[in-house]
Design a protein around this ligand. Sequence first.
Ligand code: ADP
Length: 741
Amino acid sequence: MAYCIMSDNYVKVQLEQMKSLGEVGEKREGVDNEEQVPASSPSADPPSITISSSDASNTSITSKQRGKSRSKLAKDDKNSSGKSISDLSLHGSVVSVPAGKNLNRLGQERTLHIRGTGKILQGKAESNGNYVTIQPSKNIPDARREESLKLARKRRPVTVDTAKAKTSLEALKISIKQLKWKEFPLGRRAPCDIYWHGVSFHDNENIVSGQVNKFPGMIEMLRKINLSRAMRTMQELFPDEYDFYPRSWILPEEYQQFSTQIRMVKEKDATLNPTFIVKPDGGSQGDGIYLIRDPSELRVMAGSQAKQAVVQEYIQKPLLIDKLKFDIRLYVLIKSLEPLEIYIAKEGLTRFCTEPYQEPSQKNLTHVFMHLTNYSLNVHSGNFVHSDSQNTGSKRTLSSVLYRLAAKGVDIKRVWSDIIALVIKTVIAVVPELKVYYQADIPPGKPGPTCFQILGFDILLMKNLKPVLLEVNSNPSMRIEHEQEMSPGVFEYVPSPVDEEVKVGVIRDTLRLMDPGLKKPASSQPRAERGEEIPMEAETPARSPDDGALPSLCLKQVYPKYTKQFNCLRLVERTAALFIRFLGVKGNMRLGPTAFRTFIRTCKLSNSNFTMASVDILYIDITRRWSGAVPDSREAGMGLQAFVEAFFYLAGRRFKSLPLREQVLSLLELCEAQLESQSSVEERRSLSCSRAVSRAAKTQTPGLGANPQLNSPAPLRRAASQDYRLQQKLRPRTLRANVEN
Ligand code: ADP
């Protein structure tokens, strides 16, 4: 029996995608190869973007640092400031750049200033995070005003534990200082409001309150293979919506599919000679990445082990500036998972290659400075240009690049909205699994912190201006220094004004948004009843009494702001909600066979055509295949991705005539309706029991309610305990301790 629902549909999706990603200029206006910026579309004015000269007040926060760095960067300045962009002499090799008529203007220190929307404040946040309503003074009795001022003075500042901040420490310190919050560089015994972790949620164990800047499972979820899997699931459901992610194959398990599909493509059209980029699963900073033109060139083995990697279609026609390939690093804040809240930083970075770009050929495949935009690689090229300016050099601000494109007539409003859509869709793809991790680490009802996280999106603009997602970094570098070769072979970290400008803004404004005093009221308390104005919009600057110097927020809320457009994409998340519900024993991430049966029974999915014996076979078949695909899995059982595959299979069986998306939606609705009717039955039952329970309350054993199994409905509890016993038998001894803890 073949349960792999991916094959047919997937090949179709992939072939479609190949067309859309491989060749450009089909749907969109092309950009010519020289400057690669179309001269049309003069209206390049996104809603919150204005073009202005460099604004001194805007950069005042960093001016001191910059002064310091300037002297250190004197050598560098000679390289950058003395030359116009149109004639950049790079360590002997002259890169001639066609001098567009706008270039002189651009050579000057001009920046694209992206403003917040500057909403009028109805309330203001104290530096300690408490929210105080401000109303016109004539409406407030003096006594009340006095009282609230007194209260504000008494409140303690927001506390931040920075002991584990690692390389973000410098930017974090500056941010905390600007906010006048209190830093605990060595941690402290009493709980802090915010814990800033440099690597993972688990950097500090046993945090039971406050907020942590990392989600459990984010690192795992954003590894290249996992991200590719999540994107693929979405591509199967919504091929047109998810065409921004290059088609990818997972190695070693999909080596055969990869070879066969490429052979088919080449047979169909002999002129096609696609290039592929191979990326090791756990890699970062360009480590171990290489380009190939034929599956036979894959380096499949690492010692005696097959290499875990993603092989991905290489985007052959990127947008070039100054003949160089570049990518965008965009900072995205996931403020909360439930409800989902996403913010995008209006300012980001662009990282430039250091060798002029040519389309891949057998000759240039190994030229990393031409094909890979990683800062960590290019900084070691003799051609890397450090610059204090935001719009020259090998690392520039996103706004300076957008400004440049706008000046050339590019519709940057459209580019920006495409980027926002890409971000929201990507987050929607990874949220389901994140929720599984979240409930395992912080089960509902157990004390624990809430989480938020800044992610680094790496985005490439194609020549036709379509943004393509390369990867998402769970730990984007927040360093505000860069490595510089002071003398041959001797590198030092020196302040980088461009990094500081962008990264301090992102960290500071993330903190402002996470200010504990700005928390929304519990949903049980409707806003109208509270009679307070709650700042719901990101653009509303969170001001403390003396933070007048702070600029407006650089983070813009994009979700739920744009819920309407994207909510229909959250089908896998609804499937994950079913999965989590049937996990039973809290802290688990995998479904046991009995819990899977319970799911089928409760949702009434078996019948004479699909017996419980078939259910068991389905479970065994899918689980076995996935346990091979995820070799480092610590728990036995069915993980979310395997469950999603099983769910799609069931949907296909039940609603044969519909397209996959409708099949899944129909099955979801069916399951949700069954569960709803079941819980109302349970509710009625518990209501009728409540009188008896209240009579027995006096003799109730304390702590009974803390047992998570007892909080689940009866069939779930039974399934959970049966699975638990079964898994105890199957599990190797060494793992038991982990599970029981
Ligand atoms: P890493 O985590 O090692 O940086 P990335 O996926 O970001 O891996 O890839 C490194 C670089 O390779 C990117 O910054 C980009 O310049 C280039 N790159 C990655 N994927 C593609 C692709 N599909 N097409 C073209 N260039 C790519």
